[in-house]
Write a protein that binds this ligand. Structure first.
Ligand SMILES: [Zn+2]
Length: 173
């Protein structure tokens, strides 16, 4: 299972500089949309939220202890982030991912876990409108930047010890 996770992580991190685990503020600003980054950093705060994690795949039993682990060890399904506020009558976001076993996983965010959820979608809608793009496309870009940030700045740090023990650090270089 760890092998799968590392493999998934490596593919997410592909094309990114491996030594950029702790980049300078300038490097970070260049790689990410600044408006996305503000919300991505807020997501780091729910990384180990007890209402969300641990989360388990019902099909294969894989357990995810944190948001960074969840995002690194799964694959986004389409644009992944889906705003369901209209249907649910309150801020309600579903994040669709594929487990490595093939099962579809859904992580739900509400204002209880992410207070600025509505603001996040206003920002994404504004970005879409401003640039004449479809919201799904912008949501996908946000999802990708979020995955990259979590992989580079959060998960890589968390996983360092277990990676060292199994020799995967070499593989990732
Ligand atoms: Zn699974």
């Amino acid at each position: 299972m760890l092998d799968d996770m590392i493999a998934t992580c490596s593919s997410i991190g592909e094309g990114m500089e491996q030594d950029a685990v702790i980049g300078s503020t300038e490097e970070i600003e260049e790689r990410y949309n600044g408006r996305f980054l503000e919300f991505i950093k807020l997501l780091v705060l729910v990384n180990k939220n007890e209402q969300l994690f641990p989360k388990q795949c019902r099909t294969c039993g894989t357990s995810f202890d944190s948001l960074s682990e969840y995002l690194c060890a799964t694959i986004p399904k389409a644009h992944s982030w889906q705003d369901c506020e209209e249907v649910m009558g309150k801020p309600f976001t579903m994040m669709y991912r594929h487990c490595t076993c093939g099962n579809t996983l859904v992580l739900t965010l509400t204002e209880a876990t992410f207070p600025r959820l509505r603001e996040l979608w206003s920002m994404l809608r504004d970005e879409a409108e401003k640039n004449g793009r479809h919201l799904d496309e912008v949501a996908k870009e946000f999802s990708e930047q979020c995955d990259n940030y979590m992989f580079t700045h959060v998960f890589a740090g968390d996983a360092k010890l277990s990676c060292n023990h199994s020799g995967h650090v070499e593989k990732n270089k």
